[in-house]
Design a protein around this ligand. Structure first.
Ligand code: MSP
Length: 613
């Protein structure tokens, strides 16, 4: 009756089997330490997640995921956090599946706009960069971003990697000395063709030229510098993308890049004269030229994995998460550079759209830039993570406002999920506080046997939906449709609540053996559902998922993707949890957010420096 995940996608094993196979020390992580996000606890947490995955076919498989590195001219805002949380979610998902996953993030510290921002702040550029880079690190740690590598482009290892990369491109004849004449946008650090530029009147009534895409002001420049033979790679890039339609996710962005490549692409200026730009890496052998900041920045992905020495193992498993504004750099420039250097191309480029705030683009001048620390204070870390991933639709821009966060967290986390956990573990229904027994005659495997049992057809539909959830969630994660995965989980949570409501176990008579068996069965099925939701939600809301699983008495080594073996008793197999003591009651799963309380807190803007978006 139940449609189960195909074995090729999901390896189902009983918890007992997992226990014997996993010869690892069980690390019970201190929740307090995790809250404080101590770096060494991070690394233990990562190792632990890896250890607990028992699918040995994947345990040695590398997976390498990156965020863009963040410009240090602006303090972190929720848009940045969205890029980081998305990548973090995919990293945690891969760890759960048993991959050897590596996750890099960091800061982009060179270039004209950073040079100008440091000068405007009256600070030495490196000190300025260090200060802002630390603030990104702080926000990410607070937000549960489980990165394994943090890179700063001002590090020596990075300069060496960039110099090497440049030398390879130059020695292969892909870089030549030329003259660039055209438009340049400093806020975007981007060269633009005349068709990418439009007229606008600025706030002082002056006629200016702006980038059509970003709206940022552009300037005309003419400079002798080094050019990269980008035009040579157009056909090869088209071929690569046509042959691999899943490289750029979601598909909408894949089509967009193909469209861009329909037109000729001009060669790219890859250096600036030192007279204009000092804050960067010098061109090897020509100290009068500084390497273009995007070439410098993109190489960070290679630096992290040890380029030019030890990168091979990781480089073939690289996946990038990027915002739509930097798609051109990642889907055209970067693959062209890699082809020129003779290196493999990325496996996936996950693209997401942008967050607006109450219908408007986030900007310092509008005073609507959302500080993630402030948002986490109001909604908790899990509340903010859940909202961003549940509401964030990568294909189109999403709007952020407090009421929306409150509504979503209250209805889905506090009421639906928290209410379900609370009801099904309440001492009034479960006085012995153990994982209850499942009774096959109350809930026979096939609905057709229903005459003998007490389960009704809706119950079978729910079980079917929950059984199918892991494959569905996996599919949605792989396409960067995390919100669809969460939508599916949320729909199942609603079905489980309806299941409990329908059978009203609180009305059953504990002194009647028949009722008692059915009551335990209702609770067993509900806890099994909750166990599935807890495991599946770990990449999204790690703390909340941990609370669910701990309350159910699920051990750390029983939380991997392999443990998504739903309702084994119904299949006539063993359930290792049956009869086991539940974990301690940790209180309310997610406290309802009160509008007055949230509004009462003064929102702090991400002020510090000029924001890009
Ligand atoms: N430094 C470059 C990336 C170099 S990667 C080799 C950069 N930095 S950024 O700080 O401006 O942006 C970093 C990420 O934040 C990008 O993915 C960008 O799309 C994302 N966001 C910036 N503003 C955003 C929103 N308002 N909403 C969602 N994401 C946004 O570009």
């Amino acid at each position: 009756m139940f449609s189960r995940a195909p074995r090729s996608c999901l390896v189902m094993r009983s918890p007992c089997c997992i226990l014997t196979r996993t010869k690892t020390i069980v690390l019970r992580l201190s929740r307090h330490a995790l809250h404080r996000r101590l770096p060494h606890v991070y690394s233990i947490h990562c190792q632990a997640l890896r250890c607990f995955c028992t699918d040995h076919s994947q345990s040695s498989k590398p997976y390498y995921i990156t965020t863009p590195i963040f410009y240090v001219n602006a303090s972190p805002h929720i848009g940045h956090v969205y890029s980081a949380v998305t990548a973090d979610c995919l990293h945690r998902f891969k760890l759960l599946q048993g991959y050897n996953s590596r996750f890099a993030t960091g800061t982009d510290e060179h270039g004209l706009k950073i040079q100008q921002a440091a000068s405007n702040a009256g600070k030495d550029p490196l000190n300025f960069c260090t200060e802002v880079s630390e603030s990104f690190k702080h926000v990410f740690q607070r937000c549960g971003i489980l990165y394994t590598d943090y890179i700063r482009t001002t590090e020596k290892r990075h300069r060496q990697a960039v110099e090497h990369f440049w030398t390879v491109l130059h020695s292969k004849g892909f870089i030549y000395k030329g003259t660039y004449e055209g438009w340049y946008s400093t806020p975007d650090e981007s060269f633009l063709t005349p068709t990418q530029v439009t007229d606008r009147t600025d706030s002082d009534g002056r006629q200016i030229k702006v980038s059509t895409e970003s709206g940022h002001k552009v300037e005309w420049m003419k400079e002798d510098n080094y050019m990269f033979r980008l035009s040579d790679f157009r056909t090869e890039l088209l071929h690569w993308l046509r042959l691999n339609p899943n490289i750029i996710q979601p598909a909408k962005f894949h089509h967009l890049v193909l469209q861009w490549l329909e037109d000729d692409i001009p060669d790219l200026s890859v250096s600036r004269q030192k007279s204009r730009l000092q804050w960067g890496i010098s061109v090897p052998g020509d100290p009068e030229q500084i390497i273009y900041v995007w070439l410098d920045a993109l190489v960070n992905y290679l630096t992290v994995v040890g380029y030019p020495q030890n990168h091979s193992q990781w480089w073939t498993a690289v996946h990038h998460v990027v915002g739509k504004d930097i798609l051109k750099f990642h889907a055209i420039y970067w693959p062209a550079f890699l082809l020129a250097a003779g290196l493999p191309l990325p496996q996936t480029i996950f693209v997401h759209s942008h967050w607006t705030v109450e219908g408007k683009k986030m900007s310092k001048s509008l005073g609507n830039v959302i500080n993630p620390l402030d948002a986490m204070e109001k909604f908790t870390v899990d509340g903010l993570r859940y909202f961003l991933l549940r509401q964030g639709v990568p294909d189109s821009d999403c709007d952020y406002y407090d009421d929306k966060v409150i509504k979503m967290c209250n209805s889905e986390l506090a009421d639906a999920l928290g209410g379900l956990l609370n009801r099904c573990t309440a001492p009034s229904l479960n006085p012995t506080q153990v994982y209850p027994q499942f009774c096959n005659s109350c809930f026979p495997k096939e609905a057709s046997e229903g005459l003998r049992g007490k389960a009704v057809s809706e119950d079978y539909r729910m079980v079917e939906a929950v059984s199918a959830l892991p494959v569905l969630v996996e599919q949605h994660f792989e396409n960067l449709h995390i919100y669809k995965a969460l939508e599916a989980i949320s729909a199942c949570v609603r079905m489980t609540n309806a299941f409990v409501q329908r059978h009203a176990p609180w009305k059953l008579d504990r002194n009647n053996p028949g009722d008692q068996q059915w009551l335990d069965t209702i609770l067993h099925v509900s806890l099994e559902c909750l166990r599935m939701y807890g495991i599946l939600l770990q990449p999204v809301v790690p703390d909340l998922a941990d609370r669910i699983l701990s309350r159910l008495g699920v051990m750390p080594e029983e939380r991997s993707w392999d443990s998504l073996n739903f309702l084994m008793k119904c299949e006539g197999r063993d359930c290792g949890l049956e009869g086991r003591a539940l974990g301690p009651d940790l209180g309310v799963l997610f406290n309802r957010l009160e509008r007055s309380q949230v509004k009462g807190r003064t929102p702090k803007m991400a002020t510090q420096h000029k924001s890009k978006s």
